[in-house]
Structures are given as structure tokens and as C-alpha cells.
Design a binder for this molecule. Structure first.
Ligand code: HEM
Length: 511
């Protein structure tokens, strides 16, 4: 299968990180939560710094110098944590952006998270800029003068800010405004944007695994102790600073002012922002047909409502006079067409209607539960080897059909999470000696929760569970992307050996 070069690069990076961190603590699987964790470090260190900080032009620099040198073991460490965690946020957010782009998780129904992500990134950058301003050293001066030139290029200011600097320098009132922005205004706006950013997602986790959080914190602490953050000389608007060590994570736009007029920098910034925001429509992707509810077979149990990764399903009072309290409703604009809901519906149990058509409470028009059952039967029937191993894959992980052979055949669902656990039991009862489910790489499901819900359902931790009567030795769950074919082939070989050692299934083939 053709994997585009951007995705291939990302998958290679992910594999490399998996070798170093293991799949549970791989930071590339937790970039959003890691960014949240870094925000916590920034917030807590920021609160500490706020206490001894002097919020005036005369006092700011001295108070920060005091913290950095006299109280290096507390204030100094906190200052360094504040700076390095802020820098790290830019790295994790840019990687998060690249990851969502590379894996195609930015278009179709996902446009909202993408489009709200871009201004959120700018909000983080401008928060960093006002932070540098507050130190009121030569770098702050460089930022202040550069920002004045940038703002003056906008029609609303038309030169007023630079004139201010030339005439009277910076006023304490203006400094207090920057303080207000950095300490309250911008953080509040950022929290609002983050809320908006994940609004269309369900079960959003904002905490990375503990080990990853602890490791990140230790790394930041070590950096803070070995390379403490320091200031430049105090700002002096009467003198042009000679040497500035700029923070390239936040201040990369300012050196451009030396070679370009401010208007051109705005055009570049606005152009890149608009281009990024329009990506979902410039490289569009059509979602498949959306999930459809069949009230005749829905008892309003709400499992699909719990399992939907995209807040597309709501539960409301029954409208058809049936004896149940609730019914589910799908919002097509939010639906990702992943089919996880069909996998969670208890009515998708293939044993329900052995001879007739299988109708379920919520189904995917492009691959209904009845068709899944038919494909399972037909695929098992088409195998002629000594063993019959059914591979069930998804559209976004490894293409399991690449492993087809006389003893192995694969079928692909939209997502591994659309597999009703009872369908595995059904396959084993209808001639398969073993079933291997291969979803996306663990912790990296294209539809967020498909592979996780499947594992939990099979482990009996989430409804609908895989029933006890399904022989566990004959079932293997794996996660894989296209480059992982060798690993899957190896595990398939081991699975084959295990199945040969088990006694044959003598279950009567019913229908
Ligand atoms: C500024 C800080 C940001 C933070 C803290 C953050 C955090 C998160 C979190 C926690 C999620 C939910 C992940 C999940 O549970 O599956 C998420 C989803 C997402 N983020 Fe961000 N994000 C940020 C910025 C961005 C940016 C700049 C972009 C790109 C423009 C972006 C694009 C997305 C997309 C497309 C999703 C949806 C993923 C999906 O539907 O599976 N985010 N983000």
C-alpha cells in the first residue's frame, strides 16, 4: 500500500521513539497531554515567580536578578523551569501539529480541532513574547522595540507606539498592561481556546502517563540546574543593545525585522496562518457515510454514546413509544464514520439471527453488521490450508490483506473498534482456528479509541465484552502500521505454532 512520504517520515520517527521510550511512554503518542503537563509546570512556576516579582520598570529586572542569583536554589530553579517548560511547549505543539497533519487527522469532520489549534498556537507564542518583555532587560527592550515596529505597521496604530518609545520611553502604565496580559488576559484566553480546541472530542485526557510526566519534569529540572536561565543587562532605551541571545522558540520573527519591512512580516505571518487554517479544504477528504440509528433494534442502552470518540451521539427520551427510556441520535456533522458505535451495539451480535439478515441498533451504511458477518463467513470458507487464521484489520493501520496465504486471510473494517466481540466468537465457531485483530499501532488509533476499546472489550473491562466461551488462546490482538509488516509476520508465525499445539475446535458448524 502506498504511504505518503510525510506519513512515512512520521511513522519512522514514531518507531524510533518506540525503541527508546516503549509504546506506553512514547511522547509522540502523548503530545497533546504533554503540552498540558508543560502548561502546569509553567503555571506553578509562574505563580512562584509572581510573588517576589516587582511589577514596575525600575524594579522588574532587579527582582528577577535577585531570584536568579541570591535564591538560585528556589527562585532561580523556578525561573528556569518556567522558561524551559515554555520552550518545550513549542516543541510538543509543533510536533502535535505535524503528527495530526501527517496522519491525516485534520480534515473532514476533524476540521474544527485543526482550525482552532492554529490560533491556540499563536496565543502560546504571544504569551511567551509578553513574558520576555517582563524581565525588562536588553532582550525585553529588543522585543519591545520590535513589537512596536510590528504593531505600528497595522492601520490602527499607524506609528503611535514607536513615537511613544522615542519620546518618553516606556511608561509604567504600559508595563502594567503587559503584566496584565501575561499574567491574566492571555492565560484566560488560552484556556478558553484549549477548551474550544477539544470541544468536539469525548473522553479527552489531559494528563500524560505518570512515567512520561516524571521523566519530562526531571529532564527540565536537570536543565534548570545545569544551565540556569539568566537575563541580559537592564534595559536602557537610550542605548542600542549590542548582543542579544534570542529565544528562537518564541522570538524568531524579530530578526526578520532587520531585513524586511514590518508589513512584509505581517503578510508572511498572516499568509502562513491562513494557509494552515485552510488545509482541511485545500487537501479535502470525504468522510464515509455517517452512522445510522435503527430504533427498531435500539434499546437505548447508551453504550455507543459512551464509546463515540467525537461527541457525535446523544441520548434523548424515547420518541417512538417503545418500552425503553432512551434512544440515541447521531449528529452527522460530528460523526467520524468510524463505526465504533456499531461495534459497541449489543444488537450487532451475529448469533442473534442465525438465518436471517442481521440488523443492529446503529450501523454503518458502507459496511453494515450483516455484511461484516457475511465477509467473515466467506473469508473463512475461502481458506484451504491445514489451519485457518482470520485476520481482522482496519483501514488506517497495516493492510492485513498483504498477509493473505492459504492458511491466512484478512478482512478490513473501517476501524478495529467496529468489531463486535461476538463476531470473533462467531468466526471461531464457524471454522476459524484463530483470529488475529490488527488495529492501528497501540496508543495511536486513527479514530482515537478503536484499538483501546477493542482491547478493553476483549479483556472484559468494557461493554460489550468478549464472552468467556470464546477460547482466549485462539485470539491475538495487535497494533501495526504499514512499516510493521515484519513484526506482524513474526507474531503471526508464533500464533500459528500456538494454534497447532491446541486441540482442534470440534464445534458443530451451525449455520
Ligand atoms: C496549543 C496547545 C495545544 C494543546 C495543549 C493541544 C492539545 C490537544 C489534545 C489534548 C487533543 C486531544 C487528543 C486526543 O485525546 O485524542 C488535541 C486534539 C487535536 N489537536 Fe491539539 N493541542 C494544541 C494545539 C494544536 C495545534 C496547533 C493543532 C494544529 C493546528 C492541533 C490540532 C489538533 C487536532 C487536529 C486534534 C484532533 C485529533 C483527533 O481528532 O484525533 N492542536 N489537541
Amino acid at each position: 500500500m502506498l504511504v505518503n512520504p510525510v506519513k512515512r517520515t512520521y511513522l519512522a520517527l514514531e518507531s524510533w521513539f518506540n525503541l527508546s521510550f516503549g509504546s506506553e511512554w512514547n511522547p509522540l503518542y502523548h503530545l497533546g497531554t504533554l503540552s498540558f503537563f508543560l502548561f502546569w509546570v509553567v503555571l506553578i512556576s509562574g505563580i512562584y515567580l509572581f510573588i517576589p516579582f516587582h511589577g514596575s520598570l525600575d524594579g522588574a529586572h532587579a527582582s528577577i536578578e535577585y531570584m536568579t542569583h541570591q535564591q538560585w536554589y528556589a527562585g532561580g530553579v523556578m525561573r528556569s523551569l518556567h522558561r524551559y517548560a515554555s520552550d518545550a511547549v513549542i516543541v510538543t505543539v509543533l510536533l502535535h501539529l505535524f503528527k495530526e497533519f501527517a496522519s491525516g487527522r485534520y480534515r473532514g469532520f476533524r476540521w474544527f480541532s485543526w482550525v482552532t489549534g492554529i490560533p491556540t498556537l499563536w496565543m502560546v507564542v504571544t504569551l511567551g513574547i509578553t513574558g520576555y518583555w517582563l524581565v525588562w532587560d536588553e532582550m525585553a527592550q529588543y522585543v519591545a522595540v520590535g513589537s512596536a515596529r510590528l504593531m505600528d505597521a497595522l492601520p490602527i496604530f499607524s506609528g503611535a507606539m514607536t513615537r511613544n518609545f522615542i519620546s518618553g520611553g516606556m511608561s509604567d502604565r504600559f508595563f502594567i498592561l503587559i503584566e496584565f496580559l501575561h499574567l491574566l488576559g492571555q492565560p484566560l484566553l488560552l484556556v478558553f481556546m484549549l477548551w474550544l480546541h477539544v470541544k468536539r472530542l469525548s473522553n479527552v485526557n489531559i494528563n500524560p502517563p505518570r512515567g512520561l510526566a516524571a521523566g519530562t519534569f526531571v529532564a527540565l529540572l536537570a536543565l534548570s540546574l545545569f544551565e540556569p536561565a539568566t537575563s541580559h543587562a537592564p534595559a536602557n532605551l537610550a542605548r542600542v543593545p549590542q548582543e542579544i541571545h534570542i529565544d528562537w522558540f518564541y522570538l524568531n520573527v524579530y530578526p526578520l525585522l532587520e531585513i524586511w519591512p514590518a508589513q512584509r512580516i505581517w503578510m508572511l505571518t498572516i499568509g502562513v496562518t491562513l494557509l494552515l487554517m485552510m488545509m482541511p479544504w485545500l487537501l479535502p477528504r470525504r468522510d464515509g457515510p455517517k452512522a445510522v440509528v435503527d430504533l427498531e433494534h435500539c434499546n437505548g442502552c447508551g453504550i455507543c454514546f459512551e464509546d463515540c470518540p467525537f461527541e457525535a451521539i446523544t441520548l434523548r427520551a424515547r420518541s417512538d413509544g417503545a418500552r425503553y427510556d432512551h434512544e440515541v441520535v447521531v449528529d452527522p456533522a460530528l460523526c467520524g464514520a468510524c463505526g465504533i458505535c456499531a461495534g459497541s451495539c449489543p444488537a450487532s451480535n451475529p448469533f442473534r439471527t442465525p438465518r436471517g439478515e442481521l440488523k443492529t441498533g446503529i450501523d454503518m451504511p458502507q459496511l453494515p453488521a450483516n455484511e461484516m458477518r457475511r465477509r467473515v463467513r466467506a473469508t473463512i470458507g475461502s481458506m484451504h490450508g491445514e489451519l485457518k487464521i482470520l485476520l481482522i484489520g482496519c483501514e488506517h493501520g497495516l493492510n492485513v490483506e498483504r498477509l493473505d496465504g492459504s492458511e491466512v486471510r484478512g478482512i478490513r473494517l473501517i476501524c478495529s473498534g467496529m468489531l463486535p466481540p461476538t463476531l470473533v466468537e462467531f468466526a471461531l465457531k464457524h471454522g476459524a482456528d484463530g483470529v488475529m485483530v490488527v488495529g492501528c499501532r497501540q496508543n495511536d488509533c486513527y479514530f482515537r479509541f478503536g484499538n483501546r476499546w477493542t482491547r478493553m472489550r476483549f479483556a472484559g473491562e468494557r461493554k460489550p465484552i468478549l464472552r468467556a466461551r470464546a477460547e482466549r488462546e485462539r485470539i491475538l490482538i495487535h497494533g501495526a502500521a504499514e512499516p510493521d509488516i515484519d513484526e506482524i509476520e513474526h507474531d503471526l508465525g508464533e500464533f500459528r505454532k500456538r494454534l497447532r499445539e491446541l486441540r482442534p475446535i470440534d464445534a458443530a458448524i451451525s449455520t
